[in-house]
Design a protein around this ligand. Structure first.
Ligand code: ARG
Length: 466
């Protein structure tokens, strides 16, 4: 079967060219090595286009049947690894189209009627990304569920809450974990929002200006499950803001995961000793036999750099491009692909690892006791007895100074000593100074009291069900 010169760049592109492309240019401009991962989206997009062309009477019923038959063979061959990808054919689109023509002849050559690779690639990337978004949404929920279930076991486990990395006030470990659940829930909302704007059909924009064939774009959109049709052909082929948005979402999400990772690394260090990680998530050292390192958390933190880097790459890629399509856009793929791969692997492994956390509640509690975490509670206690808060703050500062000198916690100072800082202090102060008293006292919506955390856990469980 003959292939046209368009389909074999060992020859020139077309009759217009007097010599073939140089080898170096061929390698430099080809994308098939990486964009072949779009193959299924490319075939789905082509089938929807062909079906519409036939329905509109632009190609014949036999052409459509031939195209379907050829594409079925191609899909099988790609899946089995038998498909021969050719660098000469530049990208995934030309590889598949050339193979189709080789298999079914003229019908294959008719497929590209009313279409350009410009609207084709924009459609493929959106279709592919939509599928990945749906997979990531599930993983984001899995990660939240893992955190919620760990939290459910620790609504009464006290740890020091930190500001400036200094012990500030007691919080429950559940409350701390649920903060990350909130962040990831917002990431999920952002992702759903990105999906809506990604899920718009560019096909029909053709090269840039639309096409003179009577296409039914709405029909193609319905076939492919797009929510709408891009309303401006120039915009459709040229913008990649859906990729930018996705990349921004991914960067924010990775930053959240990175912050948790940093805490896991800290908590596992001997100086904190708040948690232990199951051996299957740790690595050893080639020289120090005693080591068990939290490499997974460190890598999640480290890989955040590349995802944020990809966002910068994509933003920079777009900023100087005049309308409409420019070959620059071929560079959108590798950053986008790597972003998806990195986020997917990170969410999956982190969700698993959270399930492998052992909490050392005693160490957390000791750390909370060491840092005068209930000093604010004592100030609040005096304020409730009528002292202006600033005076109470000052009286408690004196108490903390004495406690530090004696090397004890506020709750172990004798009542007479405490009364020396203010006569309004009575025996009921000791409940206030206890870690659990402090926790229970913060029974405001969003606060760290166990009752609040339990309510939040139920809310999250209901939200994440199904
Ligand atoms: N491989 C190209 C890309 O990824 C496909 C579109 C090529 N269009 C063109 N006019 N050269 O952007």
């Amino acid at each position: 079967m003959s292939t046209s010169s368009l389909h074999n760049k060992a020859q020139a592109w077309s009759a217009l060219f007097s010599e073939p492309m140089s080898e170096l240019v061929k390698r430099y401009t080809a994308s098939v090595d990486f964009d072949q991962r779009l193959w299924r989206a490319d075939i789905d997009g082509s089938l929807a286009h062909a079906e519409m062309l036939a329905a509109q009477g632009i190609i014949g019923a036999q052409d459509l049947a031939d195209i379907r038959r050829g594409m079925a063979t191609i899909a099988q061959d790609i899946e089995s690894g038998a498909f021969e990808w050719k660098l000469d054919l530049e990208d995934v689109h030309l590889n598949i189209e050339a193979r189709l023509t080789a298999l079914v002849g003229d019908a294959g050559k008719r497929l590209h009627t009313g279409r350009s690779r410009n609207d084709q690639v924009a459609t493929d990337v959106r279709l592919w990304l939509r599928g990945e978004i749906d997979g990531l949404a599930v993983l984001l929920k899995d990660m939240q569920r893992a955190l919620v279930e760990l939290a459910a076991q620790h609504t009464d486990t006290v740890m020091p809450g930190f500001t400036h990395m200094q012990v500030a006030q007691p919080v429950s470990f559940a409350h701390h974990l649920l903060a990350y659940v909130e962040m990831l829930a917002r990431d999920g909302e952002r992702l759903a929002d990105v999906r809506r704007r990604t899920n718009q059909l560019p096909l029909g924009a053709a090269a840039l200006a639309g096409t003179s064939y009577p296409l039914d774009r709405e029909r193609v959109a319905r076939t492919l499950g797009f929510e709408g049709v891009c309303q401006n052909s120039l915009d459709a082929v040229s913008d990649r803001d859906f990729a930018l948005e996705f990349s921004a979402f991914a960067s924010i999400c990775m930053v959240h995961v990175s912050r948790l990772s940093e805490e896991i690394v800290l908590w596992m260090s001997q100086n904190f000793g708040f948690i232990d990680l199951a051996d299957r998530y740790c690595t050893g050292s080639s020289i120090m036999p005693q080591k068990r390192n939290p490499d997974v958390a460190e890598l999640a933190r480290g890989k955040t750099g590349r995802v944020v880097g990809h966002l910068m790459a994509l933003l920079t890629l777009m900023k100087g491009q005049p309308l409409t399509y420019n070959k620059d856009n071929q560079e959108d793929k590798e950053p986008l692909f790597d972003t998806v791969d990195t986020l997917r692997d990170t969410l999956r492994i982190m969700a698993e690892m959270v399930g492998g956390i052992t909490v050392k509640a005693d160490a957390m509690e000791r750390a909370a006791l060491r840092g005068y975490a209930t000093a604010t509670d004592l100030a609040d206690y005096l304020t409730k007895k009528g002292l202006p808060f600033r005076d109470a703050h000052e009286a408690v500062a004196h108490a903390v100074k004495v406690a530090i000198q004696r090397g004890v916690d506020l709750s172990t100072l004798p009542l007479e000593v405490l009364q020396g800082f203010h006569p309004a202090i009575e025996a009921d102060v000791f409940e206030v100074l206890s870690l659990r008293g402090s926790l229970n006292a913060r029974n405001v919506l969003g606060g760290t009291a166990p009752a609040q955390a339990r309510a939040q856990i139920e809310r999250h469980r209901a939200r994440l069900a199904g």
